[in-house]
Design a protein around this ligand. Structure first.
Ligand SMILES: *Cc1c(COP(=O)(O)O)cnc(C)c1O
Length: 393
């Protein structure tokens, strides 16, 4: 009999390396593999499964909307699409001038943002600033914004005009001249290892871009939709960017992304400038609408902050010499290790029934569902304790 590993190797393009298990079902924060083994899912599909697996409200919305209207093309509006756009305007505080462009993924939302910056800047402002260690996606525009050389090098030449700068206010002040159309930043760099921006950076970025006539674009693909304990990461410093992008948690596992603009940035694209066939279809927007409703009705932003406090307290309480600290905010946390053992810990965790990942050699990233329970946090900490104890010996 052929194993699923053999089938995978014989059929799937090798972009992620060998996969770790054949997962067949899930419920809440737990998934099950083909051998019936259960895992506590503290990665949440990389900050995607914001309501856990098989959430009844999501199942209901998908079933009902699928039986009503799945897709119509953007020659037409649909009630779920308009309702979601209104909700996104409300939770983000973009106001009357707020506008939404729906996509199917994060990288597509950043492609739209890239084009927005290009059209805004024109020939006079050909430069887009991004940060060192940034991750903005894998398509050619988003890849040009992404810093990691290993992701870029095989696909050179990159789209021109992007300059990567250190994440300091001084570097921004120095680089932000009259040739810059936009600055694009992540509030917390998730893929790089859950690296937060320096305190005050968002405020300074808002003030400097406004003063010098550049757009401030915030990539909220990993941090947005409740992940940090606020609806959006930029709300931690009480600013409003000209544009921001969403994906991951927005659909809680159903593919959807968005570019949201406000003020003059909402007037940049005119008919014919940009488009999508699937983006914003009734099914995807109905699911995302339900995600927002569930976060609100379940007071999940409060749960995120409470579970963060519980996690931080419990991790500190382990007193492990292997733990250097905890970075991040809300339920996007990086457990910083004192030794480069993160990539060893991931398969050990899996064997112990826990899913996490290692964005770099010295960091374990966790991004559990926003509705994670106190008991599941305790279960996570107990497994982590065991894994670290085995290494400390
Ligand atoms: C995941 C991610 C992306 C890319 O999203 P995809 O849906 O994988 O294309 C872009 N930016 C950030 C910050 C991300 O975390």
């Amino acid at each position: 009999m052929t194993s699923w590993q053999d089938t995978s190797a014989a059929t799937m393009m090798n972009t992620f390396g060998p996969t770790q298990a054949l997962l067949v079902s899930g419920e809440g924060a737990r998934v099950r593999d083909s051998d019936g083994k259960e895992y506590l899912d503290f990665l949440g599909g990389i900050a995607v499964n914001s309501l856990g697996h098989a959430h009844p409200a999501i199942v209901k919305t998908i079933s009902e909307q699928a039986a009503t209207l799945i897709h119509v093309s953007n020659f037409f509006s649909s009630p779920p699409q308009l309702a979601l756009a209104e909700k996104l305007k409300r939770i983000s505080g973009v106001g009357e001038t707020g506008r939404v462009f729906f996509t199917n993924s994060g990288t597509e939302a950043n492609e739209a943002a890239f084009k927005l910056a290009r059209k805004f800047g024109g020939e006079a402002r050909p430069t887009i600033l991004a940060l060192e260690h940034a991750f903005h996606g894998r398509t050619m525009g988003a890849l040009a914004l992404t810093a990691k050389e290993a992701y870029r090098a095989p696909f050179a030449p990159m789209l021109g005009g992007v300059q990567h700068i250190p994440a300091t206010i001084e570097a921004l002040d120095a680089a932000l001249d009259e040739t810059v159309s936009a600055l694009i930043i992540e509030p917390i760099q998730g893929e790089a290892g859950v690296l937060p921006l320096p305190e005050g950076y968002l405020q300074a970025a808002r003030a400097l871009t406004r003063e010098r006539g550049a757009l401030l674009i915030i990539d909220e693909i990993q941090t947005g939709i409740g992940r940090t304990g606020e609806w959006l990461g930029f709300q931690s410093e009480d600013i409003l960017p000209d544009a921001f992008t969403l994906a991951k948690g927005l659909g809680a596992g159903f593919p959807i992304g968005a570019l949201v603009t406000t003020g003059a940035a909402s007037e940049i694209f005119t008919p014919g400038n940009h488009g999508t066939t699937f983006g914003g279809n009734p099914l995807a927007t109905a699911v995302a609408g339900t995600v927002l409703d569930e976060i609100e009705s379940g007071d999940l932003l409060i749960n995120v902050r409470e579970r963060e406090a519980q996690l931080r307290g419990a991790i500190a309480g382990l007193n492990s010499p292997l733990i250097a600290g905890v970075r991040g905010r809300g339920l996007l946390l990086g457990i910083a290790l004192t030794r480069d053992i993160a990539t060893e810990l991931v398969p050990e965790a899996l064997a112990a029934g826990l899913i996490v990942n290692a964005p770099n050699a010295a960091t374990i990233r966790i991004a559990p569902p926003l509705n994670i329970t106190s008991a599941d946090v305790d279960a996570f900490v107990a497994i982590l304790d065991g894994l670290l104890a085995a290494h400390a010996a």
